[in-house]
Write a protein that binds this ligand. Sequence first.
Ligand SMILES: [Zn+2]
Length: 221
Amino acid sequence: MPLPCPKKQDKVVWIPSPSGSFLIVQTLKHLNLHLPSPSWTHLVWFKNSVPKYSFTLWVAIQQKLPILNRRCTSHINATICYLCNSHLESHDHIFFQCDYTKPLWSFIQSRCGIHIHPNSWQYLITWASHHWRNNNGFYSNSVAKLALSSLVYNIWMERNRRIFKKNFLSQNALLQQVLDRIRQKLLSSQLTDSLSSRRIIEEWELPASVIRPPAKPPDSN
Ligand SMILES: [Zn+2]
């Protein structure tokens, strides 16, 4: 082992950083390097995702929304679902078993061509993680992810609005709000011309101008 050079001063080096200096960004990269991404990451973060929808979905997938089933396990007073006023609140209930949200899911599922009947939040996430992963039918998968995140966000907002603002939306009004927000996002996107994008235009009643015109071939002159 070489002896320290007596003429040079010792200095601290942060090995994860190429410069040797401590940088938070380099440290985070170093820490994340060894953490496998969850299989559902692509459901939350994808091209054209809406950050506030993604954040709510991210928390919901981990079953960390501050709702009743969590409080029950802590032996704190249980809360009746604010959407139907007849069952205890839980992730499975609020998103799948609640009489208020069930018709919304059915409509969105049929609009997105989802022909399964998930009976739990975990089942849906596992199914979607597997089936919406690949790039086949890229637009269809992206729209389905957008619809999932938009619905979860808007259901959660409706629940909070009822608690904190004593403001109630009917099922039809909430569904219309979800559909409008999905359409607004799609309208701000530029789709390339394909069978998949044309089907989306038809299903979501979008103008044909959403499709980006094909690139002009390079001038041969
Ligand atoms: Zn309910």
